[in-house]
Design a protein around this ligand. Structure first.
Ligand code: F0G
Length: 477
């Protein structure tokens, strides 16, 4: 088979800046070893997120110029609504400035204290918005979904037995809605099968529980179904997406992912009464129902982007390039969440650095090494993000998994960028036994990963890679 190439040529380029290792060490130390606090211009390859970071196509830029900024009833709105109807099929569409605004409106309309919302795995803003209403966010992914090395074609599936048990134990009235996140971002970017969507939908319909899809990466999920599920090989991603949404009652979506846009989101439902309540909230905080939190040009960029995300040549390249990164590092022994996800590769930092104790922040150590080694910015999804700190005793509980996500922005990097990332990971892998951990020196009670500051333990102890670096820079240490 020939090389699968980027199915586009480049019309506009954005320079990225090389830095030296010494510069990167200084920048990272000044940022308290937290890559969220780095300036983007000091990052060479930014894999912090695939959200809002896509390169728009020439058709999208042309659509931006067509943007109609009328306050009410703009042409852009009708084009946006048409695209959403065409793909998602839901009757009522509410535009929002991003995914979490759709979540806030949905959950504050539907959830009450004491209720439970099941999901395969809630994304962190989804969980926070459920919890904000006093309801509980319950993750019901299949057991394989929690084991990084376990291979399963649809590791994002919901455990239907646990869903049935939950409904039987809690009672239908305590479950205002059920959600499925496609693909399962917090669980490794893993897809959900059509059979699973159908099974969850049947259970929900039997009990009269509305099913909502968190549709951020719906096109990638549709393509995985085409590749991996019997009976779907001959269907187009659009046909598969339509079938998936026909099994649900509504969806939330951040258009910053498979909307191929830099900002935007939506909430859709078939429930007219609910839609009218939600529209009132929309007007209160997002804007008039024909623009939500977006400019007309954003609506137009998304209307085009939603269809581009379903293009088969694009999806083949997208899934192949993420898999390429995953397979090249795992072939060399680097532990990753298997199989590679759609939008990201997740390195298993616990298995990468077995010498670092759980509370010495192995994921943070790997994120720091990636930046220092090669100017790559990744994100820790482990104890820094999801560990718990007892506010009384200060005692820390580590997270269940210690992952580092390398999220690939859409249409932004070429194969040589990805080769460079592979090389950097393998270099760190070669010298992994010399790397040591970190500890918090500053943190906030909520969402601490965004602002925390750390200390490199090797520096304070004067050992390991960081200790060597510190001694080189500051001979007196
Ligand atoms: N749902 C999922 C599955 C997500 O991945 C995200 C965002 C959201 C909801 C919220 O959307 O950011 O537009 O408000 N994920 C980004 C990420 C931030 O990096 O994975 P938003």
């Amino acid at each position: 088979m020939r090389t699968i190439i980027e199915p586009f040529k480049i019309k506009s380029v954005e320079p990225i800046r090389m830095t030296t290792r010494v510069e990167r060490e200084q920048k990272l130390r000044a940022a308290g070893f937290n890559v969220f606090l780095l300036k983007a211009e000091d990052v060479l390859i930014d894999l912090l997120t695939d959200s809002g970071t896509a390169a728009m196509s020439s058709e999208q830029w042309a659509a931006v110029m067509r943007g109609d900024e009328s306050y009410a009833g703009s042409r852009s709105w009708y084009r946006f609504e048409q695209a959403v109807h065409d793909i998602f099929g839901f009757q009522h569409v509410l535009p929002t400035h991003q995914g979490r605004a759709a979540e806030r409106i949905l959950f504050s309309t539907m959830c009450r204290p004491g209720q439970i919302v099941p999901n395969n795995t809630h994304f962190d803003t989804t969980r926070a918005n459920v919890e904000f209403t006093g309801a509980e966010a319950r993750d019901l992914v299949i057991p394989e979904g929690l084991v990084p090395s376990a291979r399963h074609p649809f590791k994002g599936n919901m455990d239907v037995d646990r869903l049935n048990t939950l409904i039987a134990d809690a009672g239908r009235e305590r479950i205002p809605l059920c959600m499925l996140t496609v693909t399962n971002n917090s669980g490794g970017g893993q897809p959900v099968s059509m059979a699973n969507v159908r099974a969850v939908s049947a259970i929900c319909r039997e009990h009269g529980i509305p099913l909502y899809i968190d549709a951020c990466r719906f096109a990638e999920n549709a393509y995985f179904i085409k590749l991996r599920e019997d009976g779907y090989g001959h269907k187009t991603p659009l046909e598969i997406a339509r079938e998936m949404f026909s099994l649900a009652d509504g969806c939330t979506m951040s258009a910053k992912k498979d909307g191929m846009a830099n900002i935007g989101g939506l909430l859709a439902t078939n429930d007219e009464l609910l839609a009218s309540k939600e529209r009132n909230l929309l007007i209160l905080t997002e804007g008039f129902p024909t623009y939500g939190g977006m400019a007309g040009r954003d609506l137009d960029a998304i209307a085009v982007g939603l269809h581009e995300a379903l293009d088969e040549d694009y999806l083949l390249y997208r899934i192949t390039s993420t898999t390429y990164l995953g397979e090249h590092v795992s072939k060399a022994g680097v532990p990753i969440v298997q199989p590679p996800g759609g939008h990201a590769i997740y390195l298993d930092a616990a298995a990468f650095f077995p010498q670092i104790p759980a509370l010495e922040l192995r994921g943070q150590a790997l994120v720091a090494e990636l930046y220092i080694e090669a100017g790559i910015r990744a994100v820790e999804i482990g104890t820094v993000m999801f560990g718990r700190r007892n506010s009384g005793t200060g005692e820390e509980t580590p997270a269940a998994m210690e992952l580092v996500r390398l999220a690939i922005p859409r249409r932004v990097y070429t194969q040589s960028h990805i080769d460079y990332v592979v090389e950097a990971i393998l270099e760190i892998w070669q010298r992994r036994s010399g790397v040591s951990g970190y500890r918090f020196i500053e943190q906030t009670p909520m969402l601490r990963h965004f602002t925390a500051r750390f200390e490199a333990l090797a520096e304070s102890r004067g050992s390991g890679e960081a200790g060597k670096r510190a001694r080189k820079e500051k001979p007196s240490v």
